[in-house]
Design a protein around this ligand. Structure first.
Ligand code: CA
Length: 231
């Protein structure tokens, strides 16, 4: 599996290359944004580890250019900055995950594996549909019928997690792992907050009830929700 590391700190880049090669990845390294973008266009990488502060083009610019060109390779943003604002910014430019420096190899590898698992379905992304509600992971677009619905990256990920497991009760902790990563240490009730936000956008204005709360279980999007029989 071939990865691209775009990182201008040469010692860190070399140590990432060694560490990831030791667990079986083939790793290409670029030390600036322009070279990194060029490599990412030329090769079908399984994932890209992308530093934020880079000479040439910075990480946000590299990522948004890739997405503008419909290159949907999974991107993990590496940065010394920390905080929800930066994370939101990184995800808004199309990064799939975000890891603050300094990080441990154990955490990096676990997050990378999760990213590659999700990337597998991303490589052939199907448009998910439930009645007239649709979600297009490749374009990061959502809507109901002809109406487009604007979701934040995390709202999108929450709805995608439910729609990928249609008719299943998805436990709250599964959503937390999928959307906030397994080492999230904040309040798990954040899932409820996001479920409410998604409902206000995809259900409330349309008089539908797509996302069902299953008492003591989690949440379910049913293929027959909203009275639209499929098939
Ligand atoms: Ca840097």
């Amino acid at each position: 599996m071939r990865l691209l590391v775009i990182e201008d700190e040469e010692r860190l880049a070399a140590s990432l290359r060694r560490g990831l090669a030791a667990v079986g990845y083939t790793v290409d390294v670029a030390h600036d944004g322009v070279t990194g973008l060029h490599l990412a266009r030329e090769h079908p990488y399984a994932a890209i580890l992308l530093d934020l502060m880079l000479p040439g083009l910075n990480g946000y610019q590299v990522c948004s250019r890739l997405r503008a060109e419909r290159i949907e390779v999974p991107v993990m943003m590496l940065t010394a900055k920390n905080g929800e604002y930066d994370e939101a910014e990184g995800l808004d430019t199309g990064a799939d995950d975000y890891l603050a420096k300094p990080f441990s190899y154990v955490v990096l590898e676990a997050r990378l594996r999760a990213l590659l698992r999700r990337g597998g379905s991303r490589a052939r992304p199907a448009v998910l549909a439930c009645g007239d509600l649709w979600l297009d992971p490749a374009r990061r677009a959502c809507g109901r019928g002809e109406s487009a619905i604007a979701l934040t990256p995390k709202e999108f990920a929450v709805l995608q997690t439910l729609m990928q497991r249609m008719d299943e009760v998805v436990p709250k902790l599964d959503i937390l792992d999928e959307v906030w990563s397994a080492d999230f240490t904040g309040d798990p009730n954040i899932v409820q907050v996001y479920i409410s936000a998604v409902r206000r956008k995809v259900d409330l204005p349309f008089g539908t009830a797509t996302i069902e709360t299953v008492r003591g279980g989690g949440y379910r999007v049913s293929g027959y929700a909203g009275g639209y029989a499929r098939g």
